[in-house]
Design a protein around this ligand. Sequence first.
Ligand code: NAP
Length: 323
Amino acid sequence: MKKRIVLYKRLSEGLLAQLQAQVEVTWVDMAKPDGLARLRDALPGAHGLLGASLRLDSALLDLAPQLEVVASVSVGVDNYDINDLHRRGVMLTNTPDVLTETTADTGFALLLATARRVVELAGWVRDGHWQASLGPAHFGTDVHGKRLGIVGMGRIGEALARRGAAGFGMQVLYHSQRPKPQVEARYGARYCTLDALLGEADYVCLTVPLSASTEGLIGARELGLMKPEAILVNIARGRVVDEAALIKALRARRIRGAGLDVFVQEPLAQDSPLLQLDNVVATPHIGSATHETREAMARCAVDNLLAALSGQRPPNLVTPGYI
Ligand code: NAP
């Protein structure tokens, strides 16, 4: 008998067919008003879950006594209580690597857009304000040759370092839990304490996972250490930054600007003060959102799920201690 899975992220026809050939699939559309109720109904029979952006709390897990694997279509696993899943004997898998380059592209897009005021000035042109040649009031700041500070030198951090060093001639500073000699050798990167990085970098890019040690990592004190001309780019998770402190710093022009892909509350509320600030570029969590990469992530999640349900070790196992 086929095992049963609940799918709560839309898949391409090819991937859905691959999945349906091996398991019985119940589709739940979480965007619909009855999405959560349908998920609850499907959980008791489920051996696997495949999706993203759902906080799988213990009340939901209690409804799924047969659950063997949760295949998340994301690299970040902050939506899950890994210890609780482990205790229940449920495997958790993620989708690293396949989204690294695309997410680093997003980081650089935000960095360039904020530094060169691309969104603000494109809106200005569209609104008919371009009547004469520009003066300093509309100038941006250079990116090439500046100091790029990367907080979290993992997969995405290294992809940013490569873009900065090779593409833009930037000096790379980084802070991580441990120094990375190979990154230093490849990109001339220099390891710093967080405080030293904040004080020296022209661009501070956050690429740490959200965890107990990174929640609120950048607060009022840390923003106060940044140079007044510096720009913060957050492609990690919203809660890595104290958003209220960031709004204060941006309003006071304590730092020059911020490029933000992630927020404490997503979707970002229309009345968020961040949307009133012309020194902010806000994107709707598009780090990995290209056709190619989202398909690759979904394929990776399907491979993880099918491996787990057939008794093999899934390629991207997050929970420890299986098989
Ligand atoms: P990764 O390879 O695990 O890299 C994360 C790095 O953060 C690691 O190198 C780790 O350092 C460092 N780190 C962890 N805790 C730290 C701390 N307290 N202080 C300093 N550094 C710390 O992960 P990744 O694939 O690059 O992804 C990183 C994160 O990006 C994901 O977890 C996710 O939240 C986010 N992300 C966002 C999007 C988006 O759509 N915006 C897309 C993809 C990923 P060590 O190696 O020294 O331990």
